[in-house]
Design a protein around this ligand. Structure first.
Ligand SMILES: Nc1ncnc2c1ncn2[C@@H]1O[C@H](COS(=O)(=O)NC(=O)[C@@H](N)CO)[C@@H](O)[C@H]1O
Length: 419
């Protein structure tokens, strides 16, 4: 969410951002409502002042004038009540519109309608030239009995899986390795719930707009989060953090649930796009200084790249376009890992800076050195998301006989050179 002051003073920039992000928001109506709300508020104050003035004069007034005075006070009171009802309606409409206003994207974001406008900014590692016909991850998993991708769908439906044996162990080893690295970087490890109240989805910007992507637990007024970002964003809601507490660095581990309502037919084979997965999320709350949050953006990206280098997976870093980055982002870089069986890079990480757009929605504030209370900046990036990361891992390191060689960084934990 942007501040009303900012929108009033930068209406054109907000309209441009909305167009560049394919956001449907009536900025003119918003500014009109803002005006109406402000004049209603001052009218109510004026009516109250006049009514109080009359009430104050009541005691000293001549008894013969009291009935007329009483009637006048009553009339002002009735008018104020009427104005208050109108104010509630206008404020609700204004707040609903405010939630739809996009963040202003950074000047370096490619302007375009969707991911087709994304720009590759860096490529690390070289895709392997196989001396044999490489298998895809489903074939590797099936021949090694490393997962159940079939019978489990009778239990849980499509896009479900069970990892088995050494692959189930590898997922744990991967997450442990990533958690150790982030802890060493000063991140506080957190296991966060997937169950969250609707307000937590409003705070991150998932709601309104993406309700269809979340599983709903209606009788408890809860939803299942598709990312640990949702719990972490609302953890400090309503608090006023001290400067000394910032930056707050969380490495949030959680199960993630996504209906993938809009992905029918895409990635239906195997482990790339499933309804339930596990993610270690890098999350930062920092002071609202653009250079400070830009530095954290670089750090979060470097942490994820470091993990991909540990896994010896070739990848590319992408600058996402205005149409792909989503409403709340100031800047988003995706990291895409090489998937041999597809012959292309596929997104495995997504690194975002949101400035104070989420902080305003989540009411995340801090008190600076001059005792001034301000909103924080929030950032998030994937550290690892499994089972998707297993796809490039298995496929890039496969041997002709179907074994998979483990990256050096995991051989200790996994007790050997091969999975
Ligand atoms: N349906 C899915 N199945 C498997 N993995 C998924 C699925 N959806 C997302 N992911 C993984 O989760 C990562 C982060 O998802 S994201 O929506 O892009 N971004 C976020 O959730 C942010 N909070 C940063 O993690 C993706 O890059 C991908 O690796």
């Amino acid at each position: 969410m942007l501040s009303l002051t900012f929108i009033r003073e930068n209406a054109e920039a907000v309209r441009t951002a909305a167009a560049q992000k394919n956001a449907v928001v009536d900025v003119d109506r918003l500014i009109e409502l803002d005006g109406e709300v402000r004049s209603l508020k001052s009218r109510i104050d004026e009516l109250r002042r006049q009514r109080n003035e009359i009430s104050a004069s009541f005691k000293t007034a001549d008894p013969s004038e009291r009935p007329a005075l009483g009637a006048k006070a009553k009339a002002f009171g009735a008018e104020a009540a009427e104005a208050e009802t109108a104010l509630t309606g206008k404020s609700d409409e204004l707040n609903a519109l405010l939630l739809r206003v996009p963040n202003i994207p950074w000047s370096g974001a490619p302007v375009g309608p969707d991911e087709s406008a994304n720009v590759v900014v860096r490529t690390e590692g070289t895709p392997r030239q196989f001396e044999f016909e490489p298998r895809d991850h489903v074939a590797l998993v099936e021949m090694n009995d490393w997962a159940d991708l079939g019978r489990i769908t009778q239990v849980s439906g499509s896009r479900q899986y069970c990892l088995k044996g050494r692959l189930a162990l590898l997922e744990q080893a991967l997450m442990f390795h990533a958690q150790q690295k982030l802890a060493a970087e000063g991140f506080t490890l957190m296991t966060v719930p997937a169950l969250a109240r609707p307000q937590a989805f409003v705070a991150t910007g998932h709601f309104p707009g993406h309700e269809e992507e979340a599983y709903q637990i209606e009788k408890d007024d809860l939803y299942l989060a598709g990312t640990g970002e949702i719990a972490l964003t609302s953890l400090h809601t309503g608090e006023i953090l001290d400067a000394a507490q910032l930056p707050i660095l969380y490495a949030g581990y959680s199960p993630c649930f996504r209906r993938e309502a809009g992905s029918a037919g895409r990635d239906v084979r195997g482990l790339l796009r499933v309804h339930q997965f596990y993610k270690l999320e890098q999350y930062v709350l920092c002071e609202d200084d653009d250079e400070v949050s830009a530095a954290w953006h670089k750090r979060l990206l470097a942490n994820a790249e470091g993990l991909l280098q540990d896994l010896e997976i070739p990848y590319q870093v992408v600058e996402t376009s205005t149409g792909d980055m989503g409403l709340g982002k100031f800047r988003m870089n995706d990291i895409e890992s090489w998937v041999p069986s597809l012959g292309k890079y596929r997104e495995t990480h997504s690194c975002s800076t949101l400035h104070d757009w989420q902080a305003r929605r989540a009411n995340l504030r801090w008190r600076d050195g001059d005792r001034k209370v301000r909103f924080v900046h929030t950032l998030n990036n994937t550290a690892l998301a499994s089972p998707r990361i297993l796809v490039p891992l298995l496929e890039n390191h496969q041997q002709e006989d179907g074994r998979v060689r483990l990256p050096e960084a995991l051989q200790g934990l996994m007790g050997g050179e091969y999975l």
